[in-house]
Design a protein around this ligand. Structure first.
Ligand SMILES: NC(=O)c1ccc[n+]([C@@H]2O[C@H](COP(=O)([O-])OP(=O)(O)OC[C@H]3O[C@@H](n4cnc5c(N)ncnc54)[C@H](OP(=O)(O)O)[C@@H]3O)[C@@H](O)[C@H]2O)c1
Length: 278
C-alpha cells in the first residue's frame, strides 16, 4: 500500500513513520503542506497517489483554540474537509484522527462510537464539525477517536509530571477528570492494523482501562521510582481556558469488534518509561 501521513512531524505522526514498515509511507507537514491550502493538497496527493491518507495534522493547543477560534476551525475543520476533498478526487481512503473532546463528559459509562457529540470547547467543536464534514465528502472515511495521547519526543503529561517531580517534593493533580491514556506508539500500531483491514466508520482507540489524571500521575512516579508525593485536587483549583470533559472514557468495543486489542495504560506507562530512559 502507499500511505501519506499528513502531520508527520507531530507526536503521533513520528510514531506512525517509525511503526509503519512493509508499506510505502510518505510523511508531510508544515511548512511544505498546509491543510488550509487546497491547491497544495491537490498537488501533493495527486503526486503521491496514496491508497490511504492518515490525517494527524491539527491545531492541538486546546486552550489556544479558545483564544484563536478562527484558526481552530480553519485548520481542524476546513483543513480536514480539504483533505477529504483531495482524497476523493484522487481515489484515496482517509483516516481522520479525532478526539474524546467531541463529547460533553456528562456520561458515567464509556462513550460508544454512536453516542451524541456535544463538544464543550472550541477544539472539540472544530473536531466534531470535521467528523461531520469529512463523512459528507467521503462516507467510507475511518474516524479514529483517541484521548490523553503521550509519547517520547513531544510535550505530554507524563513528561511534565516527571520533570516537575524532580524539582518539587509534592505535586497536586486533578482527580475529578476520568479518561483513557494512550501511548502514541500503541495507537500508531492500531492505526496500521486498521488501514490494513480496510476499516471504515468510527473507531475508539485508546490504551485499555481508565483513570483520573491523579491516578495516571501516581502510576508514572511509582513506575519511574521517583520520590515526589502526588496529591489529589479538583478541576476548580486548576481553571483553564477550555473546559475539559469530566468523564471521557472511550469504549473499546469498536476496536474489539475489529479484533484489535491495545495494551493496558499501565503497560503503556512501562513501555513509555523504557523508551524514555537513556
Ligand atoms: N494530544 C492529545 O492528547 C490528543 C488527544 C486526542 C486526539 N488527538 C488528535 O490526534 C492527532 C495527533 O495529535 P498529536 O499530539 O500528534 O499532535 P501534534 O504533535 O500537535 O502534531 C500535529 C501536527 O500538525 C501540524 N499542523 C498544524 N497545523 C497544520 C496545518 N495547517 N497544516 C498542516 N499541518 C499542520 C503541526 O505542526 P506545528 O507543530 O508546526 O504546528 C504538527 O506537526 C491530532 O489530530 C489531535 O487532534 C490528540
Amino acid at each position: 500500500m502507499r500511505i501519506t501521513i499528513i502531520g508527520a512531524a507531530g507526536l503521533l505522526g513520528k510514531y506512525l513513520l517509525r511503526e509503519w514498515t512493509a508499506d510505502e509511507v510518505r510523511g508531510v507537514d508544515l511548512p511544505e503542506v498546509d491543510i488550509r491550502n487546497p491547491q497544495v493538497l491537490d498537488r501533493v496527493i495527486g503526486e503521491a497517489r496514496p491508497d490511504w491518507i492518515v490525517l494527524t495534522a491539527a491545531y492541538t493547543d486546546v486552550d489556544g483554540c479558545e483564544s484563536h477560534p478562527n484558526l481552530a476551525m480553519e485548520t481542524n475543520c476546513r483543513g480536514a474537509v480539504n483533505v477529504a476533498e483531495a482524497a476523493s478526487r484522487h481515489g484515496a481512503r482517509l483516516m481522520f484522527i479525532s478526539t474524546d473532546y467531541v463529547f460533553d463528559g456528562r456520561k458515567t459509562t464509556p462513550y460508544e462510537t454512536d453516542d451524541q457529540r456535544n463538544p464543550q470547547s472550541v477544539y472539540g467543536q472544530s473536531k466534531a464539525d470535521a467528523e461531520i464534514g469529512i463523512t459528507k465528502v467521503l462516507p467510507d472515511s475511518c474516524i479514529v477517536r483517541t484521548s490523553w495521547l503521550f509519547g517520547v519526543g513531544g510535550k505530554c503529561f507524563p513528561d511534565t509530571i516527571l520533570k516537575l517531580a524532580t524539582t518539587r517534593p509534592e505535586l497536586e493533580v486533578v482527580n475529578d477528570q476520568r479518561g483513557c491514556p494512550t501511548y502514541a506508539r500503541d495507537l500508531a500500531r492500531a492505526i496500521v492494523q486498521l488501514c490494513r483491514a480496510n476499516a471504515e466508520g468510527t473507531v475508539h482507540a485508546t490504551n485499555r482501562g481508565d483513570c483520573t489524571w491523579f491516578e495516571f500521575a501516581s502510576e508514572i512516579v511509582r513506575q519511574a521510582k521517583v520520590k515526589a508525593v502526588i496529591r489529589p485536587t479538583t478541576s476548580e483549583k486548576f481553571v483553564r481556558p477550555a473546559e475539559r470533559p469530566k468523564y471521557s472514557v472511550l469504549s473499546s468495543k469498536s476496536l474489539e469488534q475489529r479484533n484489535i486489542c491495545m495494551p493496558s495504560w499501565q503497560e503503556a506507562v512501562r513501555d513509555y518509561l523504557a523508551e524514555r530512559s537513556p
